[in-house]
Design a protein around this ligand. Sequence first.
Ligand SMILES: [Zn+2]
Length: 363
Amino acid sequence: MTAQINFQVQHQGAGAARTGELTVNGRQALTPAIVQTGSATTTLTPTELHQCGTQAIKCGVLDSWRQFKDRLTELPDLHALTYWDGLIVTDSGAGQAYSWAKPRGRKPAGVNFHDPQTGTMHFYTPADALAIQQALGADVQQSFARVADYYAPVDDLNAAVDQTATWLQSEPLPENCLATIVGGGLKRARQANVDAVPAGAAGYSIGGVDATVPTEEQARLVTEVIAMLAAPKPRYLSTSGDLRQLLLLASSGIDLIDSDLAGREASMGNALVGTRRLHLDRDHLALDQRALGPDCDCPVCQAGISRAWIHRLLVRRQPLGERYLLLHNLFTVNQAMTKLRAAIAADSVPECLAEFGLDPAEM
Ligand SMILES: [Zn+2]
């Protein structure tokens, strides 16, 4: 049985920011929310993810498809497999498949690519992407899209939109599937993609915004695309930006932001503290007995674990050091979203953004 996405906008602020409640299969997230991806989902226990305020995680599906495509019915549900009882969002796997494909692998019916591990040639189609997401029991699925880099030539971006639009119209999406919108920074192309979204689509996933796109450009694009969308439906965006970018996108009206920020910073030895990064591998922290954040309620800071100890673990390449940073960072990112939700509800978004060092004039 396919799940159904129930999304209620709770408070629409004066600007584009809004709070909401997303419920699928009895699992819930308060939005704007971070959909956790990256190392946090594979190195922390479900209990730790909850302790750090995680509401939803993202799982890729292409690896499972490559391995089990002939035995989909035998696959366990992702919740049973990972023991994570919160929301699970899957991606369509199209981004990965296209990144492995040669230009001639982009076919009207799907994408042809060489498996980098086994050398096997695979042909991955929109139907495959939905079948694997369904088999894995995703709460929120995403539709297949032809992917082009944000700065790809206009012809490529238009071709990606034409193809994605054709697929959106060719067969009905499951009730818990977000329709993917591509088209780089081209307003007309994005609009053409939006126009092809079936009326029954559960929501929108704004795709094709990669890490190289500057924050201000992302915020501009998001504002432009959101104006094209049916307001009551959830909006999803995958980004690899910093905390400032997450807050800016969430306050621009994105409901679900897929981010690996916490793990990415931890892997570089960084703690997110207020509006800045603390580089824990620096020598001047070797004797610093303070906790990472002065007023942080995360499990690491609450346990009184010092900067000095984490520094020592990091310089000796002990994995516990990165783990402590990950827990702290994850809590910090989710806490920032909690603060933003409260600010949206209280109509004080500019004040909240200023607290994080963001100039509300940028909005
Ligand atoms: Zn902390």
